[in-house]
Write a protein that binds this ligand. Structure first.
Ligand code: GTP
Ligand code: SPV
Ligand code: MN
Length: 586
């Protein structure tokens, strides 16, 4: 194993800064996993679950103030503030390093420092990237081992090169007052302290594979997106691939693992990725996607054999459960589980819980960490070093009103505009109020490593370079009726919408041209075997003129925030939409 001199020097410097008692270099072996797991159990960081019912599974409770991403403590540290843009928190690299280095000083005293090399992307792919994470959390090491290709494979990929992302992480004292997640895209470096959870601490995921990678992608001519990737096999046996950008906790994992409804015979969905896609233009002028991750860090509540049987099958073994509820037989429970809770449930904070309790047993952002290879629907192509060719891109958000179930953009530029204007109701995946509408362009608001308007410019530039770009669609599974209930059954039945999307990609599928885009004709969505009346379908596909006039006004305000960074193509689409909506009939 060759490890470059500068990598060794970097680790020496950090050892001097953090002052750990000892240093462990991780190799990714199973023996190492077993040893670190044992240590974590001895220290109370992990609890073994019933090894009969849940072989290889462990339970973890995070600190009650450390249960979701903290966006207000997440910074993009570019030299020029404008390069971070108005939607990111910014600190100058100098200020950030000075402030945060103080917190890292001696932060690992009495602890072990782990050196965790990891590969994002398939082994042997020229599109994969290497990171090295320094951390003092065994829980983080064990999660990184599932979520990435961790260990010697990463050093091997790197060879004698120095081109890797430097990731420094310490639990610090876990106080939100001393928590910072700082990105230095110009230096290919991440510093995170004060959190042990999820996207704050597993630095390969949101920090590297989205914030740093989006910055690199712009520089190098590719894209890093908050997207699921799936293959849809039709009854003729052909598979077409699509990606979908939905904000956190808005349905990526569920769609990626979709099980077709019984009535749609001969269809099959293959999972390639459930959260992140790296996209490049192939020699054929199409867009190709790889999944940089190796596991799923999925939302637990609501997961059941009804909603997501593939996830249920995936998380039955070798899974780390975080912040769910515990049953006396050392199995786990959560709101929306297949079974009733039974007596003696302990909630995510370690307190006795019963169905009469006013609080939830599992935290709404409780998660499973499970190897992707265990998913019954995992695609045979999921580790293809070239990736898979993409026919369609979906933008989906959580919207009770205005946004139809599905519509198609007129072209790439218009599709980019649909992504740029996306808003969604907030969820428990980030700290803050749930259910508040906010803009979340391309589902990347918390994850774009540079100025969001420059990012739209990059989307448009990518579109100009493709001879066969994917078609772009907007979807919304969450429109509600007068009674406040979801109008669309969702989950497996979303295949009915995907079917129309594929038809449109092949130049078929009935569509009506409206001011906002192509909306399916009244009977274009296959409702065979579905008890969904015409009136509900009409509501789901409705484009309301008054609502859209209001929406267009809101867009103007949104774009003005970005000043002259907004690309002309985006303003063009905004003005064209305004004209079409105003001149349309009631
Ligand atoms: P992150 O991991 O945070 O990025 O979330 P995600 O986008 O992967 O979302 P996920 O698939 O885990 O779903 C989040 C929540 O939305 C869960 O509670 C699901 O039950 C619910 N959900 C997913 N798909 C649908 C759907 O089609 N209809 C409805 N009504 N709810 C859905
Ligand atoms: C998300 O919030 O989009 C997640 C969870 O996937 S985390 O890894 O915490 O970002
Ligand atoms: Mn996500």
């Amino acid at each position: 194993m060759t490890i470059s001199e500068s990598a060794k020097r970097w680790i020496q410097e950090l050892t001097a800064l953090c002052q750990p008692d000892d240093v462990t270099w991780c190799d990714g072996s199973e023996a190492e996993r077993d040893r670190i797991t044992k240590e974590a159990v001895e220290r109370g960081e992990l609890m073994p679950l019933s090894q009969d019912k849940l072989p290889g599974c462990y339970y973890h409770r995070s600190h009650p103030t450390d249960v979701a991403r903290t966006e207000h403590l997440t910074f993009i540290c570019t030299k020029d503030k404008e390069d971070a843009g108005p939607t990111n928190n910014w600190m100058s690299p100098g200020d950030a390093r000075e402030k945060v280095a103080k917190l890292f000083k001696g932060s690992m005293r009495g602890r072990t420092m782990f050196v965790v090399p990891f590969l994002m992307g398939p082994v042997g792919s020229r599109f994969s990237k290497v990171g090295v994470q320094i951390t003092d959390s065994r829980y983080v090491v064990l999660n990184m081992r599932i979520m990435t290709r961790m260990g010697n494979a990463a050093w091997e990929h790197l060879g004698s090169s120095d081109d890797f992302t430097r990731c420094l992480h310490s639990l610090g004292d876990l106080s939100p007052d001393r928590r910072y997640i700082c990105h230095f895209p110009e230096d290919n470096e991440i510093w995170s302290i004060g959190s042990g959870y999820g996207g704050n601490a597993l630095l390969g995921k949101k920090c590297l594979a989205l914030r740093i990678a989006s910055f690199l992608g712009r520089k190098e001519g590719w894209m890093a997106e908050h997207m699921l990737i799936l293959g849809i096999q039709n009854p003729e046996g052909e598979t077409h691939y699509i990606t979908g950008a939905f904000p956190s906790a808005c349905g990526k994992t569920n769609l990626a693992m979709l099980v077709p409804p019984a009535m749609l015979k001969g269809w099959k969905v293959w999972t390639v990725g459930d959260d992140i896609a790296w996209l490049r233009i192939g020699d054929d002028g199409r867009l190709w996607a790889i999944n940089p991750e190796a596991g799923f860090f999925g939302v637990v509540p609501g997961t059941s054999s009804k909603t997501n049987p593939n996830a249920m099958a995936t998380i039955g073994r070798n899974t780390i459960y975080t912040n769910v509820a515990l049953r006396p037989d050392k199995t786990v429970w959560w709101e929306g589980h297949d079974e009733p809770p039974g007596p003696g449930v302990i909630d995510w904070q370690g307190k006795p819980w019963s169905p009469e309790s006013s609080e939830k047993a599992a935290h709404p952002n409780s998660r499973f960490t499970a190897p992707a290879s265990q998913c019954p629907s995992i695609s045979p192509e999921w580790e293809n070093p070239q990736g898979v060719p993409i026919s369609a891109i979906l933008f989906g958000a959580r919207r009770q009103r205005v946004m139809p179930l599905i519509y198609q953009s007129f072209n790439w530029q218009h599709g980019t505009f649909l992504g740029a204007t996306m808003s969604s109701e907030t969820t428990a995946a980030a700290v803050g109020k749930v259910g508040v509408m906010r803009r979340d362009p391309m589902a990347m608001l918390p994850f774009c490593g540079y100025n969001m308007a420059d990012y739209w410019g990059h989307w448009l530039a990518m579109g100009r370079r493709m001879t066969s770009p994917p078609k772009i669609f907007r979807v919304n599974w969450f429109r509600t009726g007068e009674n406040g209930k979801f109008l669309w059954p969702g989950f497996g039945d979303n295949l009915r919408v995907l079917k129309w999307i594929l038809e449109r990609c092949q130049g078929r599928g009935e569509a009506v041209e409206t001011p906002i885009g192509y909306v399916p004709g009244k009977n274009a969505i296959d409702r065979a075997g579905l008890d969904l009346p015409d009136s509900a379908m009409e509501q789901l596909l409705k484009v309301d003129r008054a609502e859209w006039i209001e929406a267009v006004h809101g867009q103007h305000e949104w774009f003005e925030k970005f000043g002259d960074h907004v690309p002309p193509g985006i303003w063009e689409e905004h003005e064209a939409l305004a004209r079409r909506v105003v001149s349309s009939h009631e």
